[in-house]
Design a protein around this ligand. Structure first.
Ligand SMILES: [Zn+2]
Length: 442
């Protein structure tokens, strides 16, 4: 890429980084990403933004937002205002990175159409069905050619006083759709699916003082697998194939689940799925996962473009296992922390970026540095951060395949990695080199 082609990207980054780095430094960063790491310009931009603390998945305000009608939304808006009626709203509590938060989702509509929306942050107005609101500083995404409206931390919902909208009262469709399991999404209404039961178990749970049985497990077809829960006993058995009619979708931590409620019908069908490997994960791209709103047991192959803060040697509270700074746990006060090793990676596969949290055993295996060695190194240097600095060059710009469940929140997709494969380091040589350095430091 020549100077001239690079200029608009340079200017865009400069604006978004808001003086966090000077021009020379930015040029150097771009050069490193493009010529040394050899990534695409989009990956380079995302990597640099992340590095300097600008989350590239967040909408940023580049000036005044514009107001659009729903039918004019392209699904790529970063900052847009929409005046629309709340056709349907629902408050839900979701778990975002281990924290409970309340979000509001639903359908909004104007004269030109309807679109699903989610307010992720600071729901400052109790949205009332049928009322008209101004959704400010929203950003949009598309799934299945349908635009979705999102409000993040910069978004705002205000009552649109005195605005008259001629919105036809659309009843939400009560029709059920036949879908492949791989296409099941939150918000698609009631569905019919056909698949093979991979596992099923019955548990007793207590709901409002009453003991109930819930039957849950995994069901799969040739496109994917999904967890299901049934409140009635359909006598589901492992390895049998069933057609489930009128099930509904609920997401748990961003991962859609199939719920068999009272209106659901189950019938046995001939199995036409052939080999289904229950342990197999499905290969997905980041953009496919973004469209799906999350994923169960998916694999992504991409390049590690960043290792973020909170990686390397970290301290955890011995009681709640949360990571702690300055030996202070938010819940348990002053504690004697235990050490752990992990990596918080940013992986880019060319369609988008995903955050991947790699646990201690996989970190040790990939990097060739054990927790004990990392502790030794930190001690020798009198600095815990030295471990992250040692690890980073070994993993950044390496191609890795990660497998796990992907949760999505307003910061983008995140995977708790269950399995990771990489062409990384000569572990033995690395261990020897580290040992030498350790000895030299003592
Ligand atoms: Zn604690």
């Amino acid at each position: 890429m020549n100077e001239e082609e690079l200029t608009p990207h340079f200017e865009e980054l400069k604006k978004e980084l808001e003086g966090k780095i000077d021009d020379a430094q930015l040029k150097k960063e771009l050069n490193t990403y493009l010529n040394e790491y050899r990534v695409t310009i989009d990956a380079a931009k995302r990597g640099i933004k992340r590095k300097y603390g600008v989350d590239p998945t967040l909408a940023f305000v580049t000036g005044d937002s514009i107001t659009k009608k729903i039918s004019d939304l392209a699904g790529t808006e970063m900052n847009v205002d929409i005046i629309a009626r709340a056709v349907f709203t629902e408050k839900k509590t979701v778990s975002v990175r281990g924290e409970q938060k309340t979000i509001v989702s639903g359908i909004l509509g104007d004269e030109t159409g309807t679109a699903p929306f989610t307010v992720w942050e600071g729901v400052n107005v109790d949205l009332v069905k049928g009322e008209t609101y101004r959704f400010k500083n929203a950003y949009t995404k598309t799934w299945n050619e349908k635009v979705q409206v999102n409000l993040g931390s910069r978004g705002k919902v205000e009552k649109a006083e005195g605005v008259k909208l001629d919105v036809p009262d659309r009843a939400l469709s009560a029709d059920t759709t036949d879908v492949k399991i791989g296409d099941v999404r939150d918000g698609i209404g009631n569905v019919n699916v056909t698949g093979r039961i991979l596992s099923v178990e019955t548990r007793s749970i207590t709901v409002k003082g009453e003991t109930k049985e819930v039957h849950s497990g995994l069901i799969a077809d040739d496109t994917g697998k999904i967890q299901f829960s049934a409140w009635n006993d359909y006598n589901l058995k492992k390895d049998e194939s069933v057609c489930i009619k009128n099930a509904y979708i609920r997401s748990w931590k961003g991962i859609p689940q199939l719920n068999l409620g009272d209106r659901c019908e189950v019938s046995r069908v001939d199995d036409s799925f052939g080999e289904i490997d229950a342990a197999a994960s499905s290969k997905k791209t980041v953009s496919e996962i973004m469209s799906a709103g999350g994923g169960l047991d998916v694999s992504i192959t991409g390049t590690v473009v960043d290792m973020r803060g909170g990686s390397g040697l970290i301290k955890r509270c011995p009681q709640c296992n949360r990571s702690v700074l300055n030996d202070e746990c938010a819940t348990h006060g002053s504690v004697t922390p235990v050490f752990d090793l992990r990596m918080k990676l940013t992986l880019d596969d060319g369609t988008g970026a995903i955050s991947a949290i790699v646990n201690r055993p996989d970190t040790e295996r990939l990097i060739g540095v054990t927790l004990a060695a990392a502790e030794g190194l930190a001690k020798a240097h009198g600095d815990i951060e030295v471990v992250a600095r040692e690890i980073a060059p070994k993993i950044i710009m390496k191609k890795v395949t990660v497998t796990g469940n992907v949760l999505i929140d307003e910061y983008g997709p995140m995977m708790i990695v269950k399995k990771v494969e990489a062409d990384v380091v000569d572990v033995k040589a690395e261990a020897e080199r580290l040992l030498k350095e350790l000895e030299a430091a003592l």
